[in-house]
Design a protein. Structure first.
Length: 473
């Protein structure tokens, strides 16, 4: 303290003026790490365990329900009047979720809402996926979300999902996660032979959509009369394990994801590498912050949405009326006005942002981009090319959120996703805004976003959790 005082005394007038007037770019290592480092490490361990158990939107919702039930949440009963302190959740078809802790203030005074998405880029199976070619068995796929297709070849893959059989039974599938399980892969052409057919293709075409075929096996059934003996053998194995037949693929949602576990990354273990940080890092931090809420003044609401990566369409996505309908039912039961509730609601659209990558510096405006280890990124607007397709948060609401984080002494930063006219991206913010609520984007900065293995900082993740905790308390 005395040292600090001496340093302050030595500062020139201009230095003092600079401290007072100009923005300082602090990192999480300027005080926050000393305060939160140990807790952030323990939190990171729990986050990785959760990520390894939740590699699809269905699995994430299932694990979230388990966590919420442990914290005292009960399934939502439409039409019932809820009173202050009650905790409820609404599981929307197993793929998205809304949960609330009722506040002491009336709902119509507004809600504190956090919304993240739990779907992530992956390879989905086509409705008629299984085939055999030259003695090898494959699945045809149709990729989900914005992927760089070349990143998904020549690496171990797992198959997750659900199959609705003809007998009306839903069967859960997970192959490739247990160390004793087999894994799968998409093959690539060897460099010795790629000169003519691949080396001159543009990056988007290095691997084409129809080349993302999952290698499943090579052993035939022994019978000369069978035209596709490898395919039949593979179907036999699936039938033994899951009771399914080929026609059942049409009523299945089978998702191919990297067979990789979330792990500490870097010699100093300051980073975490994982499949699907986007957006499960915001989903997990908001979920765990929300699960701790007790007797808030304003009602706290958590939304875990599906379909964000394909534009939020579909009845589990936020372009649908599922959130509005859930809130209408909740308001009606409590004798409250839905429109007023929506108008007075404050929302954080919780989604990841791009962290500055020194290897690709030219895509960012260095004065207006996010960096790893500077805390959660508050993003006033997303979109691209003249702010199209975005919610542009108001000065008043950004001011409210900023004061809140500063009051809790939390690290945070601001940044745009890329240079003007370089590209851009969307989040669920605009769908929340279209309901009339105040909303701003916030999230953890990532490296390699949408790759099979994404990178986030341990301290950014913990600061995100603390920021959500401050918001919904
Ligand atoms: Mn996202
Ligand atoms: Mn995304």
């Amino acid at each position: 303290m005395a040292d600090k005082k001496k340093k302050e005394d030595k500062k020139t007038q201009a230095e003092l003026l600079q401290d007072q007037l100009l923005l300082k770019k602090k990192t999480v290592y300027d005080g926050y790490a000393q305060r939160a480092g140990k807790k952030a490490t323990a939190y990171g361990e729990k986050y990785m365990a959760f990520m390894n158990a939740a590699k699809t939107e269905r699995e994430f919702v299932r694990e979230s329900v388990k966590l919420l039930e442990k914290a005292g949440f009960k399934p939502f009963e439409p039409g019932r009047a809820y009173s202050a302190g009650e905790k409820l959740y609404f599981n929307n078809r197993g793929k998205s979720l809304a949960a609330a802790v009722i506040g002491s203030a009336p709902l119509s005074e507004g809600i504190n809402l956090m919304a993240a998405h739990v779907d992530s880029p992956r390879l989905d199976l086509k409705p008629n996926p299984l085939y055999e070619e030259s003695g090898l068995g494959y699945f045809k796929t149709h990729y989900y979300g914005g992927i760089k297709k070349y990143q998904w070849v020549a690496m171990p893959l797992a198959i997750h999902g659900a199959v609705m059989r003809a007998d009306g039974k839903l069967v859960e599938v997970v192959i490739g996660e247990d160390d004793k399980d087999p894994v799968f892969c998409v093959t690539d052409i060897l460099p010795h032979l790629s000169a003519k057919v691949q080396d001159d293709r543009k990056a988007r075409e290095v691997i084409r959509g129809e080349e993302l075929n999952i290698l499943l096996g090579s052993e035939p059934v022994e019978d000369d009369k069978i035209s596709d003996p490898v395919k039949l053998n593979l179907m036999r194995l699936l039938n033994e394990k899951y009771g399914m037949v080929e026609a059942d693929f049409v009523s299945a949602e089978l998702e191919v994801v990297p067979a990789l576990k979330a792990r500490w990354l870097g010699l100093d273990r300051s980073l975490i590498g994982a499949y699907a940080h986007d957006d499960r890092v915001c989903a997990y931090t908001s979920l765990t912050a929300f699960a701790e809420v007790n007797r808030p003044e304003r009602t706290a609401l958590l939304v875990l949405a599906d379909k964000e990566e394909t534009g939020s369409d579909g009845n589990t996505g936020l372009a649908s009326d599922f959130l509005r309908n859930f809130l209408a039912l909740l308001c009606r039961g409590c004798g409250q006005d839905l429109e007023l509730t929506l108008y007075n609601t404050r929302a954080l659209s919780a989604d990841v942002n791009a962290g500055f990558d020194p290897s690709f510096a030219e895509v960012n405006d260095r004065r207006n981009c996010a960096y790893l280890n500077r805390g959660p990124v508050l993003t006033k607007y997303t979109g691209a090319r003249g702010k199209s397709g975005t919610n542009d948060a108001s000065a008043e609401f950004v001011g409210h959120v900023r004061r809140l984080f500063d009051a809790h002494d939390l690290p945070w930063q601001t940044g745009e996703l890329g240079k003007v006219d370089e590209g851009g991206g969307g989040t669920v913010a605009m769908f929340l805004a279209s309901l009339g609520m105040e909303v701003v984007d916030i999230g953890v900065p990532l490296l390699s976003m949408h790759a099979p293995y994404e990178v986030a900082s341990k301290l950014d993740i913990y600061a995100m959790y603390e920021a959500f905790r401050a918001f919904c308390k």
